[in-house]
Design a protein around this ligand. Structure first.
Ligand SMILES: Nc1ncnc2c1ncn2[C@@H]1O[C@H](COP(=O)(O)OP(=O)(O)OP(=O)(O)O)[C@@H](O)[C@H]1O
Ligand SMILES: [Mg+2]
Length: 350
């Protein structure tokens, strides 16, 4: 009966927090704060960043859709033979619960919040994706946000927000619908590689490589602090290491290490492509969407363009035709970093 209107979205990532407020069908305000100290305990980092963000944009009393990192969730793709007989649904529910108890240590129905979606179904077979999180994790986030008087309308995993965005963009583009799309989100601490089948999240893999690995390498080789190394990273350009003129031996080994991180990610994507494809009931992955702040390193995308036979595209938020109250807000965050945020918002207000 009573419904809160959506004031905006808040993306709590592994490297920082981003917020967008929406008013009169426009992006009213947009801002972000990166965690100062990546080594700091995340709860403290989130509190400090919300404090800073709250000084730039009033967040008190705002009704927000909140996204939290994939790493907090368990995502399992499960397959069952399905029966249309009476009581079949209840049987299936019991079977899923039993399986989750086996796969996830400590899983009980009461201590976890679980969401189940059907990816594929015939008369005798059912493929499901199960997303589950300890209630404790949700309570922790709600506790922090309530200290800042933020009203949480919904908490969603960051990859679901991205998945929804890619689905909306696919519908908006006038091209033929892509049945199976791979999405690669290179974040701070981790990268998410997942597949979307006809708009539904299909399989997810989290890889422990992200933008901060590059920063760490620069920090070590150039003997800088984290912040300086971040700035250095924004200037840097990856590319063919053999043609590069190096200033020093140390610079050469730095580029070698940076390239090895890119190669590791490439291998992870290759393996995921193969694994996802062999698990597909129908069709194959037809394209890759690349996003996340980690992918902003100059020269990154050409690696992927060369490595895969599939088209590798950037998520293009222009297709959403969003209006911004302040034109500079469109530039404030490079689109790669606000995709998750926009995915969370657009689903509600678009
Ligand atoms: N202009 C840039 N050039 C290179 N790297 C950048 C640039 N801007 C941001 N980054 C890097 O992007 C990373 C953060 O990306 P993003 O904001 O997508 O992560 P997140 O959402 O906090 O993390 P996650 O999605 O893993 O929870 C950081 O490592 C940061 O250094
Ligand atoms: Mg993110």
């Amino acid at each position: 009966m009573f419904e809160f209107k959506v004031d905006g979205a808040l993306d709590i990532g592994s490297s920082g927090i981003k917020v967008a407020l929406y008013k009169n069908k426009k992006i009213d305000k947009i801002n972000f704060v990166d965690y100062l100290d990546m080594a700091e305990e995340k709860t403290v980092a989130i509190q400090e960043s919300l404090e800073t963000l709250g000084k730039k944009i009033n967040l008190k009393g705002k009704n927000l859709i909140v996204t939290i990192p994939a790493s907090k969730f368990y995502v399992k793709t499960l397959e069952y033979s399905s029966t249309k007989e009476e009581g079949g649904e209840a049987d299936l529910e019991a079977k899923i619960e039993e399986d989750l108890e086996d796969i996830i240590s400590g899983y009980t129905k009461d201590d976890f919040i679980t969401q189940i979606e059907t990816i594929y179904e015939t008369d005798i077979y059912k493929k499901l994706v199960v997303i589950t999180i300890p209630v404790e994790e949700i309570e922790k986030i709600l506790g922090i946000l309530s200290q800042f008087k933020i009203r949480v309308l919904k908490i969603i995993p960051d990859f679901i927000a991205l998945n929804n965005l890619v689905d909306i963009l696919d519908q908006k583009s006038e091209k033929e619908t892509n049945e199976n799309i791979m999405i690669v989100d290179i974040g701070g601490d981790t990268s998410k590689i997942f597949m979307s089948t006809l708009g539904t999240l299909n399989m997810l893999r989290i890889v422990g490589v992200g933008g901060s690995d590059f920063t760490e390498i620069i920090k070590e080789h150039e003997m800088l602090d984290y912040e300086e190394a971040e700035l250095e990273k924004h200037q840097l350009e990856l590319g063919n290491d053999d043609d590069r003129k190096y200033k020093s031996q140390s610079e050469m080994s730095m580029f070698k290490d940076l390239t090895s991180i890119v190669n590791e990610l490439t291998t992870q994507i290759e393996n995921s492509l193969e694994y996802f494809n062999t698990n597909l009931t129908e069709g194959r992955i037809s394209k890759i969407f690349l996003t996340g702040g980690g992918a902003l390193i100059k020269g990154f995308k050409p690696y992927f363009d060369d490595a895969f036979d599939l088209p590798c595209e950037e998520v293009d938020l222009d297709l959403l035709n969003l209006d911004y109250k302040k034109a500079e807000d469109r530039e404030l965050l490079s689109t790669f970093r606000i995709t998750t945020l926009m995915g969370a918002l657009i689903k509600e207000v678009g």
